[in-house]
Design a protein around this ligand. Sequence first.
Ligand code: URA
Length: 249
Amino acid sequence: MTKQEKLENLRKLIESNDVCRELKAQATQLVFGSGSTDARVVFIGEAPGKHEDATGEPFVGAAGKFLNEMLASVGLERQDIYITNIVKYRPPDNRDPLPEEKAEFWPYLLKQLSIIQPDIIVTLGRHSGQAFVQDLRISVDHGKAKRMSVTFTDKTVGGKRDDGVQGDDKEQSKTYEDTAKQAPESSTKQSASNLNSASSSAGGQVQMTFVILPLYHPAAALYNGALRQTLLEDFQIVPTLLNEIEKGE
Ligand code: URA
């Protein structure tokens, strides 16, 4: 099965499992994610807004335009990357996604990532960052890459329904290792062989290893010149990390 087919099955599973039933009832459609299924970088935002809800595509509004600008500043286009959100239905009135909504979508996000197998996961904003790094303080931790490993039980294997998975954080473990900001010699040392990997065992245990880079949310920077500059600067770390990983440093 191709990655595209696996992702399509996952999309159908989210719909048939009625994930976040109440949000689904109020939203126009599921905003699953878009971009290259072979992307080395996956960007993860919070939740769809008005434009995303209308089009079914993530980051197509004002924040998305700024994101496109930042991608262009490092020589990337939308088709080079994959982009999705923690919560995949628009919350009413653009309110913040609730903890239980993030928890319900979490196993599906992990599954989505394990299919794509990116080298780097860029979280956009606090909600997305804290899903991976619980004690993340965005004002302190933005732009600091960490190597990370996540283990989870994939209960979607074998086409089974996913009922038991939702919000089930107990079987999932995360480990982090600091990597230095913009320090090629230390940031991904001895990591290349582990990177971009997602291995599954017979019991559906999946282990993924990647580098996580928490950034501010582009919407927060739209009307704040200083934050905009910070985000643009932090973004420059993406090609540096890609190069290091490519070279196996
Ligand atoms: N903000 C997000 O977090 N995600 C989107 O898809 C759009 C705006």
